[in-house]
Design a protein. Structure first.
Lengths: 318, 447
């Protein structure tokens, strides 16, 4: 793994008695798309505020390109771009005026800034609406402009706080494409969301945060490996040795539901297995051998939602 | 440079915000217009119990018979000065005879003294000697003989008679010494200096060569203190907006001051909107210090306030025919320091308010209470009891009004010291508000 561009070590943030962040640590490299998944109030925005030098951590350390992040470090802010959760653009200004204004805060020379504004407008698909006031834009267009304002100065670290809240599918895809392109160009992107499917489809590594704690942080396959798949099926008449044969399938566990008074039916069976596809093939072969008729079947592959439920004990949108 | 970048952005936002334009520019104009049209003619003017002598001066002057190269004699001015120096009298100059006749016809003036074009010539030629004009007759001075007449209102006989008597006395004081002096010179020419000296010894209390009443009576010249010559302005103004009416001299500054502090709403909205829409977070994430962000917000507000002050003064002049007074350049520091203190107060409110509704409610309440306390709301501080006028000096509005009153509603020379003191107090208010605001303001409380 390359030298981390962003390094977060044991960061805590306390608001009186409440711990908004409780010892969060992770690294992210240049070109990496790091997803931070967690419910509302989990601490994602607080963490981004600390990383973007808007807020001091109560303890712990954030380093960006080896430099310690601090609210007093104005130069470090040039390396960071942030798209806040709110639509942080001026409705009374045009898209071009917004980008020009935010770019000029980074002291980019005028000719270079004009060129950069055109590039960003093209990248976020707003060239044709460049001179329209933002208050007349759709929610999706405003979100894209919010992203544009975050990248106008060419940051090395891009922090996106729920960047697709309330946007149409077309704008969401546009944002995804742009985020992938930016990561492809070597930008380190930290993407927070409470939409599992977004993080799952976009991010190379995912951190799951809840109650201010990072409870898991890995690649998607590694996170999914923490969970088994499930095959639930019903047979016409289960022979006596069926349970014994099923229990012998490698990497599988036959869930014993005999003790469940609501499910006393011996023809209803459930297998938890590491690899659902392999286990399914073995199951079909055993049923054939024993000449057992399969009445119905349902498979559940491991997914991030189940991982989240498993780790936190609650669904993401609870 | 970054401050100017921020300021330019906010100026653009303000100029595109119709709400700000209505509050800052349209509302004060509407207030002034409505109150100006509805208030009486005498509003803003103190009752004056001195006798008013109105004159029309058409005198063309006359060459000085003793000095061919000297300036032309203007006897009407001498009479005007003599009248103005008389205790209990104020002189009003009406520009045209037609206006004077109109005023008399409408019983607005009991009588008007009209100096004809040949007045100076006739006075200069007045003499006891043969060949000269003799203006003296049984009742005093024959005015007609001097091309001077009294236009009277026949319905105000007593008042016009008093004015005529005042005119007679003044004319005697002016014409008689002139005639005596001239005659005495001629005695010297014809009978020689011995006769002159003998006569001078006979009347030691008089200087018979003196051609003014003071010189003749060997009395000191009268002081000019309190002498007042005003020029007639129709008190109701002219046109649909009553242009030039005196009340605008009082109303315009009152509402310039009151609405300058409505900046509280504009600045409050700017700050709250910046927080609500998340752009403040973006500004704070940029390489800017808090001081730069604050300065970038305050500069456009200050400039807007300045523009508002200048706009209302110009509108006052163009729309309402308001005068900028004897020293218009002094208006500049007053506008600047008023804007400074308004900006400070606006920052204080912005530092305390969290929502747009809070800005609207608390801001409006504060602005109206301060306007009421200072006297802005009623248009004229003079309407307040004296102790309230003193108490009102705890508001910046009152100091601004004091300065404006000196400059715009003072018929004489403004008291520059008082204006400077008011400007100084406004700066003190501005600094106080800014320091208080700085202690309350938390730019990062919504991180």
């Amino acid at each position: 793994m390359a030298e981390p561009l962003l390094s977060i070590h044991d960061v805590r943030k306390q608001y009186g008695e409440t711990a908004a962040l409780n010892g969060v640590s992770f690294d992210a490299s240049a070109g990496e798309l790091f997803g931070l998944l967690g419910p509302n109030g989990a601490g994602k925005t607080t963490l981004l505020s600390i990383v973007s030098c808007l807020l001091e951590a109560s303890s712990g350390e954030v380093r960006i390109l080896g430099r310690k992040a601090s609210t007093r470090d104005r130069e470090l802010r040039r390396m960071i771009g942030i798209a806040p959760q709110e639509l942080a653009v001026y409705g009374e200004l045009t898209a071009r005026e917004n980008l020009t204004f935010f770019g000029s805060l980074y002291s980019i020379p005028k000719p270079e800034l004009a060129k950069r504004v055109d590039e960003v407008l093209a990248a976020i698909g707003l060239t044709e609406r460049a001179n329209d006031r933002v208050e007349h834009f759709s929610g999706g267009m405003k979100r894209r402009l919010n992203l544009g304002a975050a990248i106008i100065h060419g940051p090395k670290l891009l922090l996106l706080d729920e960047p697709t809240t309330g946007v149409d599918p077309q704008s969401r895809n546009h944002i995804f494409e742009e985020v992938r392109r930016l990561a492809g160009q070597g930008m380190c992107v930290v993407y927070t969301s409470h939409y599992i499917e977004e993080v799952q489809s976009l991010c190379t590594r995912i951190g799951i945060i809840d109650h201010g704690q990072l409870i898991a942080c890995d690649t998607l396959p590694a996170l999914l490996r923490q969970m088994d798949g499930v095959i639930r099926f019903r047979v016409a008449r289960a022979p006596a040795d069926l349970r014994q044969r099923l229990a012998a399938i490698a990497d599988c566990r036959l869930v014993d539901r005999g003790s469940d008074p609501n499910n006393a039916d011996p023809d209803n069976l459930e297998l938890e297995c590491r690899d659902v596809k392999t286990a399914l093939m073995r199951l079909v072969a055993i049923l054939n051998e024993l000449n057992v008729e399969l009445v119905s079947m349902e498979m559940t592959e491991p997914n991030l939602e189940r991982v989240f439920l498993h780790l936190t004990g609650r669904a993401l949108r609870d | 440079m970054l401050i100017w970048t921020l300021a330019k952005k906010d100026l653009r936002l303000l100029l595109r915000d119709p709400r700000a334009m209505v509050v800052l520019l349209a509302m004060p104009l509407i207030f002034i217009m409505v109150l100006g049209l509805s208030l009486g003619e005498g509003f803003g003017q103190k009752p004056d119990d001195r006798l008013r002598i109105s004159i029309v001066d058409m005198d063309q002057g006359f060459p000085d018979p003793d000095n061919d190269d000297g300036p032309r004699l203007e006897w009407s001015k001498t009479v005007e000065r003599d009248l103005a120096q008389t205790a209990g009298i104020r002189v009003e100059v009406i520009p045209t005879l037609a206006e004077a006749e109109e005023l008399v016809r409408n019983s607005k003036r009991a009588a008007v003294l009209v100096f004809g074009p040949k007045f100076s010539e006739q006075v200069s030629r007045s003499s006891f000697l043969r060949g000269g004009v003799n203006p003296l007759f049984r009742d005093g001075i024959n005015l007609e003989e001097l091309d001077l007449r009294l236009v009277r209102d026949p319905t105000q006989l007593t008042a016009s008679s008093i004015i005529e008597q005042v005119g007679q006395v003044t004319m005697l004081r002016v014409v008689l010494p002139w005639m005596i002096g001239r005659a005495f010179e001629r005695i010297g020419d014809r009978l020689g200096n011995i006769m002159q000296r003998a006569l001078q010894q006979m009347f030691p209390s008089y200087d018979l060569t003196g051609k003014t009443w003071a010189a003749l009576t060997r009395a000191p010249e009268r002081s000019n203190d309190g002498a007042e010559v005003t020029h007639y302005e129709p008190p109701s103004g002219s046109g649909a907006l009553n242009r030039g009416a005196y009340r605008y001299q009082v109303l315009v500054p009152s509402y310039i001051v009151m609405f300058a502090y409505f900046l509280v709403l504009t600045v409050g909205w700017l700050f709250v909107a910046e927080r609500r829409q998340g752009t403040l977070k973006r500004l704070r994430a940029a390489p800017l210090s808090h001081t730069e962000i604050l300065a970038g917000k305050l500069l456009p507000c200050f400039l807007m306030s300045l523009a508002q002050g200048v706009f209302l003064l110009v509108a006052g002049k163009l729309l309402f025919g308001m005068s900028w007074g004897a020293q218009p350049w002094w208006l500049l520091p007053v506008v600047v320091t008023t804007s400074l203190s308004a900006m400070g107060l606006a920052l204080l409110v912005a530092s305390l308010a969290r929502t747009e509704a809070q800005v609207a409610i608390y801001g409006t309440l504060l602005v109206l209470v301060l306007a009421g306390l200072s006297g802005c709301l009623m248009g004229d501080r003079e309407l307040m009891p004296e102790n309230m006028q003193r108490i009102s000096l705890i508001t910046p509005h009152a100091w601004a009004l004091l300065a404006y009153k000196q400059l715009l509603a003072n018929p004489g020379e403004p008291n520059v010291e008082l204006i400077a003191q008011a400007c100084g107090m406004l700066v003190v208010f501005a600094l106080g508000f800014i320091l208080l605001a700085w202690s309350f303001l938390r730019l990062d409380d919504h991180a």
